[in-house]
Design a protein around this ligand. Structure first.
Ligand SMILES: Cc1cc2nc3c(=O)[nH]c(=O)nc-3n(C[C@H](O)[C@H](O)[C@H](O)COP(=O)(O)O)c2cc1C
Length: 360
């Protein structure tokens, strides 16, 4: 059974699915017809039900069809896949072992195209390799076994990507595939937010999460009306105005998940003078940015993509009215979340020596 979250719940708990999506390397075991085992580390993508392994251009001594793992699969489709986390702290050891049957997905099929997208989403290195022209290994799991030293439910405690790759790999995505995002993954990103630094530890932010189509539509329409008024005030060409509004509307209604980070000033210090009162609000906004970045990086570590729209900042009252939010929440942004359909061209990021103005 594949549920609405896209996870095969007969086989995988949401925690296991999150773990399998987040990790970067698996060990793939194949056997030949004499039963001789052969194990290799592989990069893989997981869509909630199936695993996909590319036959890529990493230097190999033989063409893909002659690879031992491929010959073994053609002789005997039974495979094992182990995804594990090792660290010197043995209280955190954790692995999932999947046994299943593998086959080759030929290029040009829908399953192949989707698998290539998944692999490229997960590993930027594949974006410049011609994996679309080669068969891929597809693995259908039959049994799952999980072990973790702390015996707890399977939730990845640490992202599988190292931090530099995470920080650099995250980028704004503006088009998403329609698949819903498992609630557990969204909650995990908000869990990351709560560890952000904040003035006096006040955590002056709250989050609104929207997944229902009607609410997205209501919000998009309300913000469009406000934005149209602003653009008309600027004297913009009506055709251009309508085009911009259409794009923005699509971005909102086509995001599987929308997170609206709101400033919440109730727990901040009150000062009698405007300088300190103003600084207090600025600190809260700085902190909201830190919390949002935690969400974006956490989402990326879980194989999700995110976008950022500033529209609520210009019409907080409109967002509040559309979503029936109390007056003490000040909507500041709109974070789109889901599985990216298309990467926009990336804006260049300045080299670090241009950013450091003094380092004594
Ligand atoms: C405060 C803030 C507001 C933003 N508003 C928008 C927006 O309204 N629309 C949009 O497409 N991107 C928006 N972005 C995303 C930026 O355009 C994007 O982060 C930037 O171009 C760098 O690209 P990257 O995040 O992919 O590295 C915003 C980013 C920030 C931090």
């Amino acid at each position: 059974m594949v549920d609405k979250a896209g996870v095969n719940r007969l086989l995988f708990t949401p925690g296991q699915a999150a773990f399998l999506s987040a990790q970067r390397v698996a060990r793939l075991a194949t056997v030949n017809k004499e039963g001789k085992p052969y194990v290799v580390p592989v990069c893989y993508a997981f869509d909630g039900s199936f695993f996909y392994v590319a036959l890529d251009e990493k230097p190999k001594s033989v063409p893909p069809a002659h690879l031992k793992r491929v010959r073994n699969i053609l002789e005997n489709p039974r495979v094992g896949l182990v995804v594990d986390v090792y660290g010197e702290d043995w209280a955190r050891l954790h692995y999932i072992m999947v046994n299943g049957e593998a086959g080759l997905l030929p290029p040009g099929t829908m399953a192949h195209t989707r698998a290539v997208d998944l692999l490229r989403d997960k590993y930027p290195q594949y974006r410049s390799m011609s994996i679309e022209d080669r068969p891929l290994i597809g693995i259908g799991p039959l049994t799952v076994y999980e072990w973790r030293a702390d015996g707890e439910d399977s939730v990845p405690e640490r992202p599988g990507r190292d931090f530099a790759a995470l920080a650099e790999g995250r980028h704004v995505v503006r088009q998403f595939r329609p698949e819903p995002v498992p609630r557990e993954l969204v909650e995990q990103t908000l869990e990351a937010a709560r560890w952000a630094p904040s003035p006096h530890g006040a955590q002056p932010w709250r989050f609104v999460v929207i997944t229902m189509a009607e609410l997205k539509e209501k919000l998009a329409e309300a913000m469009a009306d406000e934005w149209r008024r602003n653009l008309e005030m600027d004297g913009d060409d009506p055709e251009v105005v309508e085009k911009r509004l259409r794009i923005s509307h699509q971005r909102i209604v086509n995001s599987p998940v929308i997170v609206i980070p709101c400033l919440y000033l109730e727990d901040l210090h009150a000062y009698p003078d405007p300088v300190r009162a103003n600084a207090e609000v600025i600190m809260a906004i700085q902190s909201l940015g830190a919390a949002v970045q935690n969400i974006l990086l956490s989402a990326y570590s879980l194989g999700l993509d995110t976008g950022w729209m500033c529209a609520p900042l210009f019409a907080p009252h409109v967002v509040r009215a559309a979503l029936d939010l109390p007056d003490n929440l000040i909507p500041h942004a709109l974070i789109n979340m889901g599985y990216g359909a298309k990467d926009p061209p990336r804006r260049p990021h300045r080299p670090v020596d241009e950013l450091i103005v003094l380092y004594d």
